[in-house]
Design a protein. Structure first.
Length: 132
């Protein structure tokens, strides 16, 4: 159940990235961190149980088959979360790149404006109200 919730949060992150709601993404990341705190001891417990079951000769083949099926479901969910996270990182990188490009463009415009002001003899502290 926790892993399904983790997957749901990952999917919600992608939706928030589509609308570039970074604050919402950060909130979900905090929630995911809390879930990881819950999942970590469960993972350790499962590892112990698996080792005990493997060593127990009284465990039936049917039980081992059922445990393998549960394990496969967990692995599939975990792989899906990893894929979603890869998409999330890719989208975040796109947003960062676009934002950096926009900042460079704004800086170029600001530099061009300063160059214009110097070329027409305006002081750097004056405004362009003279042009109105």
């Amino acid at each position: 159940q926790l892993l399904r919730e983790f997957r749901s949060l990952s999917e919600q992150q992608l939706a928030l990235l589509d609308v570039e709601d970074i604050e919402g993404v950060n909130h979900l990341l905090d929630h995911r961190a809390d879930l990881m705190l819950d999942l970590t001891p469960i993972e350790a417990t499962l590892g112990t149980w698996i080792e005990q079951v493997k060593a127990d000769p009284t465990v039936s083949n049917e039980m081992m088959t059922e445990l393998r099926a549960v394990n496969e479901e967990i692995v599939q969910l975990a792989n899906l979360v990893v894929e979603i996270d890869e998409q999330t990182h890719w989208r975040l990188d796109l947003i960062k790149t676009r934002t950096a490009d926009e900042m460079r463009s704004l800086n170029k415009g600001s530099n061009a404006l300063n160059g214009y002001q110097r070329s027409v003899g305006m002081s750097t502290g004056s405004s362009l109200e003279y042009l109105s």
